[in-house]
Write a protein that binds this ligand. Structure first.
Ligand code: TRP
Length: 445
């Protein structure tokens, strides 16, 4: 069976950026920054993106491009049949279904808010009851599971139409639109009286507010936001045929992804500090702040509709990249059609997602594991703080120690020697050791 490929260089970059840019930037980054007290957390996150994230991003794409295989078989192709390194891909598969299960429930909330913005549900909101809409969503499990279903179905639809027709086409239109409207909101937020406070919250470090688990969350989020550590970028790299310049591409993706997260942070916290809202509100943060913002702006209803639509698309293009990891593996391994593989993976994800749905209501406090009390928090913590960093360490070690010098030289040939050395030291030592220390600190001290 011949494998599909991207139609163009731009198409690949946009698809990889589309995978990276999603709820991680617009929903998760602002709220975990708020919970962890701002400045210092942001600084650690930025450090991780460039010291650990970028080298691993390059390594993942190189593994995919070289092997031209799915995230599990790639290790057989590059090492040997039955290679133990395949474990990386298997862990990635488990991680993919866990993340996608809660990701698509949150995606469902976004869709629901898109509908709210159409129907004028934001009109009567005040700063005091801004959280009430999401509370309403939480207390209606059936509606939530319907939106969760719609979100997954849209994701499945795009994955079904294949690499070129599906993934690539949509990303090309939607990602630039998202950027434009985000920049508009960013500029607007400077007219709000809380914008100066937002900037100092985000960019001045205050060590007293950060905990060991906050540090791990920053490390984990650098993996989450760049879609690293579970084979997404291996899979996307495997649809790349030409000798693409992976280093430039990676830097560009990391730069775009980080800028969007920071811009979203400035917008959200300007609203928080202008209207006396709660910075530590948690996962509900953007659902309370954005409607409040749209209230303020002239023509806000229209902008609100557009923006929630675009967040939905950003979320879908990321969800697509997670589902694609599963589909590429299942269809190739069991030699079944793309349709069957997608339906199977989609169905399993849907069922697992119901555990997140009940985590917002009846199952909110069901147990005590790893400091979490429900499946939503548990899946998030397990994957972001443990599975992705562990997967990332192993990918880094595999690339640094197992891939042949000729492959590495090929990727790096256009660069000055010192940069090549720095990169190799990073994937062999710095990235894996740094991540291990952080995991160890949080778990055992
Ligand atoms: N990076 C995406 C976001 O920020 C989410 C995502 C897509 C992801 N693929 C992934 C996260 C793979 C971890 C691993 O929203």
């Amino acid at each position: 069976m011949k494998r599909a490929h991207w139609g163009s260089r731009v198409g690949f970059i946009l698809a990889a950026a589309g995978s990276a840019i999603g709820l991680g930037n617009l929903w998760k980054f602002p709220y975990i920054t708020g919970v962890n007290g701002g400045g210092l957390f942001v600084l650690i996150y930025l450090g991780c993106i460039f010291a650990v994230g970028v080298p691993i991003l390059i390594a993942e794409m190189a593994i995919g491009q070289k092997s031209q295989a799915n995230a599990i078989r790639a290790f057989e192709v590059l090492d040997k049949p039955k290679s133990p390194w395949q474990g990386i891909g298997l862990l990635g598969l488990l991680t993919a279904i866990l993340i996608l299960s809660f990701y698509s429930v949150v995606g469902g909330w976004i869709l629901n808010f898109t509908v709210f913005s159409f129907t004028g549900a934001f009109d009567n909101l005040t700063t005091q009851n801004a959280g009430s809409l999401l509370e309403g969503v939480f207390s209606a499990p059936l509606t939530q599971s319907i939106y969760h279903f719609v979100f997954l179905s849209l994701t499945i639809g795009i994955v079904l139409s294949g690499v070129k027709g599906g993934l690539e086409k949509w990303n090309k239109i939607l990602m630039p639109s998202l950027l434009i409207i985000l920049v508009f909101l960013f500029l607007y937020s400077f007219s709000l009286k809380g914008s100066a406070k937002a900037l100092s919250f985000l960019f001045s470090a205050d060590a007293s507010k950060l905990t060991a688990s906050g540090v791990l969350e920053a490390v984990g989020h650098s993996f989450f936001t760049l879609s690293l550590g579970m084979g997404t970028m291996i899979t996307y790299g495997s649809y790349l045929s030409k000798k693409e310049n992976l280093i430039k591409t990676s830097l560009m993706i990391a730069f775009l992804d980080t800028s969007i997260a920071l811009i979203a942070g400035v917008v959200i916290f300007s609203v928080v500090f202008s209207f006396g809202m709660e910075a530590q509100a948690g996962p509900g943060l953007i659902f309370a702040t954005l409607p409040t913002l749209f209230h303020q702006i002239p023509g806000g209803t229209f902008i609100g509709i557009l923006f929630f639509l675009l967040i939905s698309f950003a979320a879908i293009t990321s969800a697509v990249s997670m589902l694609e990891v599963m589909v590429a593996f299942i269809s190739e391994k069991f030699k079944i059609s793309r349709f069957k593989a997608t339906s199977l993976a989609g169905f399993a994800t849907y069922i697992l997602g119901l555990l997140t749905v009940i985590s917002t209501n009846i199952g909110k406090n069901s147990f005590q594991i790893l400091g979490t009390t429900n499946f939503f928090d548990l899946f998030d913590k397990l994957t972001s703080s443990y599975f992705l960093p562990l997967g990332g360490i192993m990918i880094s070690l595999f690339f640094g120690w197992k891939m042949s010098d000729s492959i590495k030289n090929n990727i790096l040939k256009a660069y000055p020697k010192w940069m090549v050395q720095l990169f190799l030291v990073s994937v062999r030592f710095i990235a894996p050791i740094a991540v291990l220390i952080v995991i160890y600190n949080e778990s055992f001290l």
